[in-house]
Design a protein. Structure first.
Length: 308
């Protein structure tokens, strides 16, 4: 089969990246269906949605009558999975955001432990207030959701002289099962969330989870906002028992009058885990490799199985 139509959110020339032209045997169109849906929609075979388009493409997917593959640019697919037509292969962006997200994880952890938000506010008001803060060195860090991003975070944590404890859905060599969290949380100084949003993980961090964390521990959420029970988090922060740094919130975007903005001991970033210069070269390489495999009739990678 030749001339199978591929919809891309970027110029196909970007796929070269020093590796040559995009694969032959495919026809390319640059399309953002949230702005315009061309008449060719029924001919699309391979679709790469725009970054973070989420559920906004729900209306166009049923019109892609010949669709075979959806390749997202995001690691999480909770927003798009419910809208994927039967028989269509869904592949996520595993590997695209590992570097960016791991960098942000370290940024949030170090900034929170060393009191950087307070220093920034002091600079704004011309105040000089030195003081002692916890170091990252010698901390025990619990990574909940030990997949590709979790591995990238661990690689960056270890040079800081930390102890890393790994947690995933199921136990495997060197990795604890998620149902072991009640016995792991009381000993963790930092808890990093990088799980996908599923029925199992929605509300995972509830009042009981937070109560099991040790006094003074830091919670870092790089997963999805709904993994954390927001009212329970606010209550825990108000009590002063724990600190938190979150790149995702529930709801999102966070309304300007939401109580989370004023919660003490909290650092918020606006869902920018993958938004760095490291994203696009990795996105282009993954999409190009997937298209090469698709054109050659080979098995694709990153096919979603629901594991983390």
């Amino acid at each position: 089969m030749t001339d199978r139509l591929v919809w891309l959110p970027f110029d196909p020339a970007e796929l070269g990246d020093g590796l040559g032209d995009p694969p032959d045997g495919l026809r390319y169109e640059v399309v953002d269906p949230t702005e315009h849906v061309p008449d060719s929609v029924g001919d699309v075979r391979f679709y790469v949605p725009p970054y973070q388009v989420g559920s906004r493409i729900a209306e166009v997917l049923p019109r892609m009558r010949g669709l075979e593959v959806i390749q997202t640019l995001t690691a999480g697919v909770d927003n798009i999975r419910p809208h994927v037509p039967d028989g269509v292969l869904l592949c996520n962006g595993r590997g695209i955001h590992d570097t960016s997200t791991a960098e942000l994880a370290l940024t949030l952890i170090l900034s929170s432990l060393r009191g950087v938000p307070r220093f920034v506010r002091d600079q704004d008001s011309h105040r000089w207030r030195p003081g002692w803060r916890p170091a990252l060195a010698d901390r025990r860090v619990l990574i909940v959701g030990y997949g590709a991003v979790g591995e990238a975070i661990e690689r960056r944590l270890l040079p800081f002289e930390t102890e890393v404890v790994r947690v995933a859905r199921r136990a495997r060599d060197g990795v604890h099962a998620i149902d072991e969290l009640p016995t792991l949380l009381p000993a963790a100084d930092v808890v990093v969330l990088v799980v996908p949003l599923t029925d199992e993980t929605r509300g995972l961090v509830d009042a009981g989870f937070l109560a099991a964390m040790k006094d003074g521990a830091l919670l870092v959420n790089l997963a999805r906002g709904a993994v954390v029970d927001t009212p329970a988090l606010i209550e825990a922060l108000d009590s002063g028992r724990i600190h938190a740094a979150v790149d995702v919130t529930d709801p999102e975007p966070l309304p300007e009058d939401h109580a989370l903005w004023d919660a003490p001991h909290l650092l918020i970033t606006p869902h920018v885990g993958g938004a760095s210069s490291a994203m696009w070269p990795r996105a282009y390489r993954l999409v190009r490799e997937q298209l090469r495999r698709y054109a050659a009739g080979e098995e694709l990678v990153n096919v979603m199985s629901g594991d983390y």
